[in-house]
Design a protein around this ligand. Structure first.
Ligand SMILES: Cc1cc2nc3c(=O)[nH]c(=O)nc-3n(C[C@H](O)[C@H](O)[C@H](O)COP(=O)(O)O)c2cc1C
Length: 302
């Protein structure tokens, strides 16, 4: 619990001066817990609070939080209204389209949230029942956009490329796009989108530039360095899970990606990065390892 001040929770909201404005997401099925956490965040100087109404995990839903809140719209609206009354910082909501195909409450909730002063909503275009399966329902997101008057609706789900982002804007009429896994697959996706927007404005043509091999390696090293600063001895274990996402965009040969998924020390990391520099781009598979389907993935017993 955030307000209990436990080290682990504090670590999750740790930040730097450059990381501003910063809003923190919280979840609970209990209004008093949400209020306590939001007030604590406000006192610490965070600039916004986002309520998680999209999480599909049984542990979170079982206690009434995450996507479970979307099942009882009156309760959800009352809860958010009380939270808005308790803090001065903007309150936003992240949700899915609904619990399942027959209970798509997102448009109704978004309209009610606008009435009580929610600053923006982000919609992941799947239901809770879908988990992460199937494809994102852009019609469903568009219905949410159409249900509100001026509150920004941020569309989310399966945006992996610059084209996907622009298609999402066009198909849904959303005010913005939120990118999750796409940023792990391609950490430069935001820069590419900005370049496209600027190029469109100046010449009417799109132009995304790929990061150079040097830039890619610097990124890899900087990410690990920052993790070491924040997580000390846990940094190797925590960094390993990024290897399966980064490998493709960073041109990391499969055998070196495999070593990055197992390395145990900073010295080993440095040796692997040197090898990647030497063999950059020698990669046969163009599908990122993180997207290979289990049980066909690289580790047999996940
Ligand atoms: C490993 C993982 C952790 C996530 N954790 C959260 C979370 O804490 N809060 C949240 O609102 N969404 C969370 N999501 C969902 C994403 O925010 C996003 O809605 C979803 O991945 C679809 O968008 P994407 O296709 O751009 O990744 C998580 C997704 C993944 C894959």
């Amino acid at each position: 619990m955030l307000w209990s001040g436990h080290g682990r929770s504090r670590e999750l909201v740790a930040t730097t001066p450059e990381d501003r404005p910063l809003s923190v997401q919280i979840f609970s099925g209990r209004t008093e817990d949400l209020i306590r956490a939001a007030v604590w965040l406000q006192e610490q100087g965070y600039e916004g609070v986002d309520i998680n109404m999209g999480c599909p995990m049984a542990k979170v839903n079982g206690s009434g939080g995450g996507a479970r809140l979307m099942c009882s719209t009156d309760n959800a609206v009352r809860m958010v209204e009380q939270l808005i009354g308790a803090v001065r910082i903007p309150v936003t909501v992240k949700m899915r389209l609904g619990w399942d195909a027959t209970t798509q409450t997102a448009p109704e909730l978004a309209a009610a949230f606008e009435q009580i002063g929610v600053a923006a909503v982000t919609i992941h275009g799947r239901t809770r029942a879908q988990g992460f399966h199937g494809s994102v329902n852009r019609d469903g997101i568009r219905q949410v956009v159409q249900a509100v008057r001026s509150m920004p609706v941020i569309a989310n789900g399966d945006v992996r490329t610059v084209d996907d982002a622009f298609q999402m804007l066009q198909d849904t009429g959303c005010a913005g796009v939120a990118i999750g896994r796409g940023a792990m697959l391609d950490p430069w996706i935001f820069r590419r989108i900005r370049q496209r927007v600027q190029a469109d404005a100046e010449t009417g043509e799109g132009a995304d530039t790929d990061p150079s091999p040097d830039e890619q390696m610097q990124f890899l090293e900087q990410h690990f360095e920052l993790m070491q600063q924040q997580h000390a001895e846990r940094s190797c274990v925590l960094f390993r899970k990024f290897a399966a996402w980064y490998g493709c965009t960073l041109g990391i040969p499969e055998d070196l990606e495999d070593r990055l998924r197992r390395f145990e020390s900073a010295a080993e990391f440095a040796r692997i990065v040197n090898e990647i520099r030497r063999r950059h781009g020698e990669r046969a598979r163009q599908v990122p390892t993180a997207l290979l389907k289990v049980p066909n993935g690289p580790v047999e017993h996940w």
